[in-house]
Design a protein around this ligand. Structure first.
Ligand code: UD1
Ligand code: CA
Length: 456
């Protein structure tokens, strides 16, 4: 049977110096706690209890119905925290994994392995331990001469000799449920921090003649706890590298992984190249054979194949295939670009549908518009979509040609294959195949300049 899990996440995270509960601080776009929840789910856990305290509303909001939330009103220590889950788990027929909410790099497969070894050995508790070159701050795992775990001693309670031990307690455990909660109640806060230490359960079990085992983790980085923003940045770098390596393994070229930022869950197709200073965020999918970057920020976009996008910001939009975007384009929410569209330099598009093969190459604002196929929008074209109160639609039908520096005062429709003379301010619909001209006629005053000069 699959294990249940408890995630301890009630601590304030004082060293973060933040109003935000520690476990809600994001790492590669997702709160730390979100990473832990995914790892737990990857390990096959279907019943998870999150113990929250500081900022419990915010944490509970984030958890939603992904897990059961229980509240620890006072943070009296990790044993006390785990006891808050008693009601929820006392009758649970499988084993119980315990993890901290502040170790987002922990992998699901590590938890699965811990749970499996725990089941196989029949121990009452199995600890996940690792060796750290610098174990400062962690609880040290003490062993007997025969190598069995005998005790965990916290940094603040350890003797100088114990402090030299490099094997640390990762704060990740697997327990048998029967006997666990009653043993937790035997723990006393008689220690340097006056807290109920979950780690004291080791000695309690051993005294009862129960087995305590340890599984040793090779990659200590996985259990790096996050206590301050320096560790947050370090973990972010590790997570980022993992995400990028995942993409590279699938055939994505990333020219400079140190300067490329891809959030967890973003999908990128093979033979796409991501150039430096690019941020791919949220629910974004990019197809094959694209060149993205340098300098793009793309959030929640569905992007097809063979697209070229540089120095641009794209939000909540959909891009077909063979598009060329940028440099310096701003594609705002609700935009849909069909295939072979060009959105060039200094062009802003908002909530608009641009048809196949249409081009908006320079210096334009297109908002609340529907543009057909093979339309050419000249430089400096502006859709005047807002009268200060309401937004209005602009429609440009297939094949139309909009001369440079045109204002299209919405609501307005430019018919199929119509032409707008450059510099027009179009306030009335332009019929199919018509030429729309809306500008003052030019008059040239002969020798005007010469006369002016004579006068002065
Ligand atoms: C704990 C372990 C230590 C281990 C380290 C690994 C104990 C006594 N010590 O120490 O052996 O090396 O983790 O990172 O367990 N929490 C609550 N309620 C509380 C106290 C803590 O929910 O009352 C949560 C915190 O939010 C955090 C986790 O438990 O997610 C660990 O607590 P923390 O105070 O960070 O423990 P450490 O001192 O790091
Ligand atoms: Ca910690």
């Amino acid at each position: 049977m699959e294990p249940a899990a408890v995630i301890l996440a009630a601590g304030k995270g004082t060293r973060m110096k933040s109003n935000l509960p520690k476990v809600i601080h994001p790492l590669c776009g997702r709160p730390m706690l979100g990473h832990v929840l995914s790892s737990v789910a990857e390990a096959g856990v279907t019943k998870t209890v999150v113990v929250v305290g500081f900022g419990s509303d915010q944490v509970a909001d984030f958890v939603g119905n992904e897990a059961k939330v229980v509240i620890q009103n006072e943070q009296l220590g990790t044993a006390h925290a785990l006891l808050q889950a008693e009601q929820e788990l006392r009758e649970y027929p499988g084993n119980l994994l315990v993890v901290c909410g502040d170790t987002p790099l922990l992998r699901g497969e590590t938890l699965a392995k811990l749970a499996q070894e725990h089941s196989e050995s029949g121990a009452a508790a199995t600890l996940l331990t690792t060796e750290m070159a610098n174990p400062t701050g962690y609880g040290r795992v003490l062993r007997t001469e025969t190598g069995d775990v005998s005790r965990i001693v916290e940094q603040k309670d350890a003797s100088p000799e114990e402090l030299t031990v490099k094997e640390i307690n990762t704060g990740v455990y697997c327990f048998k449920v029967p006997g666990l909660f009653s043993a937790l109640k035997e723990i006393s806060p008689a220690n340097a921090q006056g807290e109920f230490y979950l780690t004291d359960i080791v000695q309690i079990f051993i005294k009862k003649g129960l087995k305590v085992k340890a599984v040793t983790l090779e990659d200590a980085q996985e259990v790096q706890g996050i206590n301050d923003r320096i560790q947050l940045a370090q973990a972010e770098a590790v997570m980022r590298q993992r995400i990028l390596e995942g993409l590279m393994v699938q055939g994505v070229t990333i020219m400079d992984p140190g300067n490329t930022y891809v959030e967890l869950g973003v999908k990128v197709g093979a033979d796409t190249v991501i150039l430096p200073f690019t941020f791919l965020r949220g629910d974004t999918e990019i197809g094959n054979h694209c060149v993205i970057g340098p300098g793009c920020k793309i959030t929640n976009c569905m992007i097809g194949n063979n697209n070229e996008i540089q120095y641009s910001v794209l939000l909540d939009s959909q891009i077909g295939n063979d598009a060329v975007i940028g440099p310096y384009a701003y594609v705002r929410p609700g935009t849909v670009l069909a295939d072979k569209v060009k959105v060039g330099d200094f062009v802003e598009i908002k909530k608009s549908h641009i048809g196949r093969g249409s081009k908006i190459p320079h210096l334009s604002y297109v908002g609340d518009s529907t543009i057909g196929e093979s339309v050419n929008v000249g430089a400096g074209t502006i859709t005047c979509n807002y009268d200060g109160k309401n937004k209005y639609q602009t429609v440009i039908e297939d094949g139309a040609f909009i001369g440079s520096n045109t204002n299209l005062v919405a609501p307005v429709t430019v018919g199929r294959d119509a032409v707008i003379a450059a510099g027009s301010t179009i306030t009335k619909d332009v019929p199919t195949e018509a030429l729309g001209v809306a500008r003052g006629r030019q008059t040239n005053h002969t020798d005007w300049a010469k006369k002016q000069r004579k006068k002065s």
